[in-house]
Design a protein around this ligand. Structure first.
Ligand code: CDP
Ligand code: MG
Length: 151
């Protein structure tokens, strides 16, 4: 049984810099997901340290925070059946060169830091991450075909 879920996706500064924002959005649309919210964010250190609080204290945290605050982000909410796991699969493994062929990270990621995109890893993370960037009103519910069904 499939479950309609929302997940938080972030295009990191390398994705914006490589001008593949459109290609990333196109991929999720092609896979049948519905875009529920999207905003460009100029990240501060404080904002991203809070978002990635689970990694605080790890050896990669400082250089990673420098990278993820090095330019604008595109923060999005995508909705679809089993969206959390399916989006993670489309992203690919954290270390870009080791990601499966056809994944976004394999296509345009560089290494295990500059890996193009973030995706929520669990329902609890998705709720927290969506609320971190969007108000309830901003991320739905929204059915793009509702006006047709209403007649
Ligand atoms: O994003 P994902 O869940 O695949 O990986 P993570 O282990 O939760 O790490 C979060 C992010 O930290 C990664 O996506 C990388 O951008 C970064 N990272 C890093 O800079 N150096 C590492 N050794 C591991 C992760
Ligand atoms: Mg993670």
């Amino acid at each position: 049984m499939s479950l309609l879920q929302k997940t938080c996706v972030i295009i990191k500064p390398d994705g914006v810099g490589k001008k593949v924002v459109g290609k990333i959005i196109d991929r999720f649309e092609s896979e049948g997901f519905t875009l529920q919210a999207m905003r460009m964010v100029r990240p501060t250190r404080e904002l991203m340290e809070g978002f990635y609080a689970e990694h605080k204290g790890k050896s990669f945290f400082e250089p990673f925070i420098r990278f993820v605050t090095s330019g604008p982000l595109v923060v999005m909410v995508w909705e679809g059946d089993d969206a959390i796991a399916r989006v993670r699969k489309i992203l690919g493994a954290t270390n870009s060169p080791e990601a499966a062929p056809g994944t976004l990270r394999k296509s345009w990621g560089t290494d295990n830091r500059r890996n193009l995109v973030h995706g929520s890893d669990s329902p609890a993370s998705a709720v927290r991450e969506i609320a971190y960037f969007f108000s309830d009103q901003e991320h739905g519910p929204y059915d793009p075909n509702a006006w047709e069904k209403a007649g």
